[in-house]
Design a protein around this ligand. Structure first.
Ligand SMILES: Nc1ncnc2c1ncn2[C@@H]1O[C@H](COP(=O)(O)OP(=O)(O)OP(=O)(O)O)[C@@H](O)[C@H]1O
Ligand SMILES: [Mg+2]
Length: 446
């Protein structure tokens, strides 16, 4: 079990905000982000105003990227040292990982996830540090609820819409999405640049290079290892997601911008519902777990509780249905949200007073996401798992045989002893047998 890790990053005031006399209303103090409501007056005669002047939220990480001269300034490298390292170490241990950026349009999602040529972001940095492993990539965008491959060969001019399907064990996937094997960092960067160039961006009234689609860059990470002197593989999937920005509809926009905006908002609303339902379910689940442990440790309730119900809450505490399929984005991220994945969310915000309501809503959203509990599992190589289990069985049988011999060494029960010996021998043959170990993709052909 692992909670979704949540980071908040505050960007500098932009040109427009500075021109408008933007005042900084967000501050960061270690792992706490505070937001000030300038409309709430703190004069004594404002008695009766129930709104809070400063609201504080705590997170796993808070990054102050407002002013490079500030001692607590968080550069792209600082963010990578925390979040990128977390992604890499999880993938190296065999976990699936999802890192996604969420926030208002123009708040710094693309800057954080991809960066600029002068200031490289998380995705290229993660790829660069991954070079010891065997990697393949895919890069897609969800635009107007349709999936497009951002790395389809350039001679195929037609833009394809790909279908999302669901594998009973592997979960949702995109049928026909191209996979690209790379052997060095230069190839990764070429692919990334190609995909970014194919992605749909447009000028909006707030941001002249606004991402109009959600982009998912997936790294299939495979590393050859030796486990108990046996060749094995660690395989995991890293999803790096740059969401399109949430924004208010502007009636002066053309039809395309309005349709895009409506679709972006639809999937972000669904993402919000999925996140809050998962958070509620995780709370129900953990309160059931604690009730169970109270019951098991002799607590006075004495009532056993199953994960769908509680002794106190009754039906209101049931696990709620999660509407993953209501948007393509949430369907594709199903496994990353509440499934077999370690998940990190970066909430990006503007520090300006003009963005008060958007920043407040992002911080609330992010705070909610912190409550989601996932169930990440190590993706273990099936052959290695079998061998490990057989070895454990051999050790257990050997221990049984030893204690049996010690107990009966004066009057050995030959028949039982022979049976145990034969069982051990059969397991040892299976473990050592060459047919069990498939060739690793890293072994050279003989
Ligand atoms: N931490 C930061 N430091 C310096 N500049 C930043 C930072 N974050 C964002 N910016 C700049 O702010 C502008 C908007 O950022 P970005 O494109 O990342 O926004 P976005 O959240 O992806 O918006 P959209 O949702 O519209 O795609 C860009 O010019 C970017 O370079
Ligand atoms: Mg963007």
């Amino acid at each position: 079990m692992a909670n979704v890790q949540v980071a908040v990053r505050v960007r500098p005031l932009n040109e427009r905000e500075t021109k408008e006399g933007g005042r900084i209303i967000v501050e960061v103090d270690d792992k706490v982000a505070k937001i000030r409501n300038l409309k709430v007056d703190d004069r004594p005669d404002s008695f009766g105003d129930s709104r809070e002047k400063v609201v504080a939220f705590s997170f796993d990480y808070c990054y102050w990227s407002v002013n490079p001269e500030d001692p607590q300034y968080a550069s792209q490298d600082v963010v990578f040292q925390d979040l990128g390292t977390e992604v890499l170490s999880g993938a190296a241990r065999g976990y699936n990982i999802c890192l996604f950026a969420y926030g208002q349009t123009g708040s710094g999602k693309t800057y954080t996830m991809l960066g600029t040529p002068a200031s490289v972001g998380l995705t290229p940095r993660i790829c660069e540090s991954n070079c010891v492993a065997f990697l393949s990539f895919s890069f897609l965008e969800i635009y107007n609820e349709r999936v497009r491959d951002l790395l389809k060969q350039s001679n195929q001019k037609k833009s394809y819409t790909l279908r999302v399907r669901e594998h009973p064990e592997m979960g949702p996937y995109v049928e026909g999405l191209s996979q690209h094997v790379v052997t060095n960092y230069k190839q990764v960067i070429q692919l990334l640049e190609e995909g970014i160039a194919n992605r749909i961006t447009a000028a909006t009234h707030v941001h002249e290079a606004s991402s109009r689609s959600h982009a998912i860059f997936t790294i299939h990470y495979t590393q050859a290892i030796l486990e108990n002197n046996l060749p094995s593989e660690i395989a995991s999937k890293i999803n790096l997601v740059d969401l399109a920005g949430s924004e208010k509809a502007d009636p002066s926009y053309c039809k395309d911008r309005i349709t895009e905006g409506a679709n972006i908002n639809k999937s972000l609303v669904t993402l919000g519902i999925v996140i809050s339902t998962l958070a509620q379910n995780s709370q129900v689940f953990s309160s059931c777990q604690s009730l169970k442990s109270t019951a098991n440790t002799g607590g006075d309730s004495g009532i056993l509780v199953s994960p769908g119900t509680s002794s106190r809450g009754g039906s209101s505490q049931r696990q709620s249905y999660i509407p993953y399929r209501d948007s393509v984005l949430t369907w594709l991220l199903k496994d990353s949200l509440g499934g077999n994945s370690k998940t990190i969310m970066v909430a990006t915000v503007s520090p300006a007073h003009t963005s008060y309501s958007e920043t407040m809503s992002t911080l609330r959203y992010a705070s909610n996401a912190k409550n989601i509990i996932n169930k990440p599992r190590v993706n273990e190589d099936a052959n290695v798992k079998l061998i490990r289990e057989l070895r454990e069985e051999i050790e257990r049988l050997k221990a049984m045989l030893l204690s049996f011999e010690l107990r009966n060494f004066s009057s050995l029960n030959d028949e039982k002893d022979e049976n145990l010996k034969e069982l051990i021998l059969r397991n040892e043959l299976k473990v050592g047998g060459p047919s069990i170990i498939s060739r690793s993709r890293f072994e050279l052909p003989t």
